[in-house]
Write a protein that binds this ligand. Sequence first.
Ligand SMILES: Nc1ncnc2c1ncn2[C@@H]1O[C@H](COP(=O)(O)OP(=O)(O)O)[C@@H](O)[C@H]1O
Ligand SMILES: [Mg+2]
Length: 424
Amino acid sequence: MSASADPSTPSRKRSKWAQDDEDDQEQPLSIHPQKRRVKARTEFPDSTSQQSTSTPAPFPPTRHSYSAYVPPRTRRPSILPSRSVYSYERLNQIEEGSYGVVFRARDKQTGDIVALKKLKLDEEKNGFPITALREINALMSCRHENVVGIREVVVGDTLTQVFIVMDFIEHDLKSLLTLMPSPFLQSEIKTLMLQLLSAVNHCHSNWILHRDLKTSNLLMNNRGMIKVADFGLARRYGDPVGVGGMTQLVVTLWYRAPEILLGAATYSTAVDMWSVGCIFAELLLKEPLFQAQGEMELLSMIFKLLGAPTNNSWPDYSSLPLAKTLSLPSPQPPQFRQKFQHLTTAGIDLMMSLLTYDPERRITAEEALQHPYFTESPLPKHPDLFGSFPSAAAGEKKRKVFSSPSAPARLVDYKLLTEFDDVS
Ligand SMILES: Nc1ncnc2c1ncn2[C@@H]1O[C@H](COP(=O)(O)OP(=O)(O)O)[C@@H](O)[C@H]1O
Ligand SMILES: [Mg+2]
């Protein structure tokens, strides 16, 4: 069925704004955003304008355009319509990720350079997806200097063209680690880790789990600042969990915590802390720690590095759904020391606290921020002293194509159980 045959079917066409033809960008807006705002204000007066009248407004109001039974909006800001994507001039495409295309663009009014992430809504049959709402909501509720700043949400030509407008950040850590000739210094790694931990702590204190922390989702500007991005898999935690438990379709394989790999029905902030441990290792090694092809290989790599879990190290291990299907390797000493030869004892301790099997005992972001690793010599480097690099995202350097896995697809069948069933 063609998209045009049924007006209610979302169009699969790319937004004209997102197409390559530069001429299309200067499309005039059908309704100027400023005019729409004025209209919105007159239709929905707020309490401030009501208070300015000497006599209180009768309730229910009688001569207004809004319902007589809905009280007037009492809080600012009033709800404004989204601006159009044509308020921005497209500069270049940064990346086509798993869930959206990201562009670099210029705000026509202010001249600010921004990043626009086009949400993938083309396949949606059931309205605006909850995942997109979660992404926007999480970005808005986790505002922090180390979380990428969301500016607004703009719309394109059709209902399926929705863009998140963010501050533009020059690099992502994954591209940077690949392009850098030598690894970060210890003092730099400490600064980056402190920033990452402070962002994660902030998200967790605001009841948000990120669930896809990895180097390609960590942006870094040319002033040594990390910004956590891509809240596409984020969700609130702490609410009662439904009968089916929480989805195990989370976190890109290499950064996925063992409790998710073993089918835990519920999990919490500790899953993000495991990913932080993998990122810490990646910063030191300049390559991902666990580059496994599948869940089984990943588990065996984890067991090899940390030693297999025991009743002592992870009392709940045996009660996890998939634990019984696994035959654990014979006990062997962890290989941490060999792997991170230049790391101090405090550094090793922090790494082991992050990569702790038992999620109950895994270090929290708040605790990790106080870890002695950050106060021993060499001290964290001031962000201003970081070198700057040519930005691939701004077209200053050609981007490389990386062969790393992406975050789990949101709506496909999860194959983990089947794979474990194959293991006798
Ligand atoms: N605000 C931004 N500034 C610059 N580049 C960005 C920005 N947001 C995302 N990117 C780039 O786009 C890539 C994909 O964005 P992301 O939000 O991670 O989408 P996906 O959900 O597709 O992974 C990132 O890895 C990064 O390289
Ligand atoms: Mg991403």
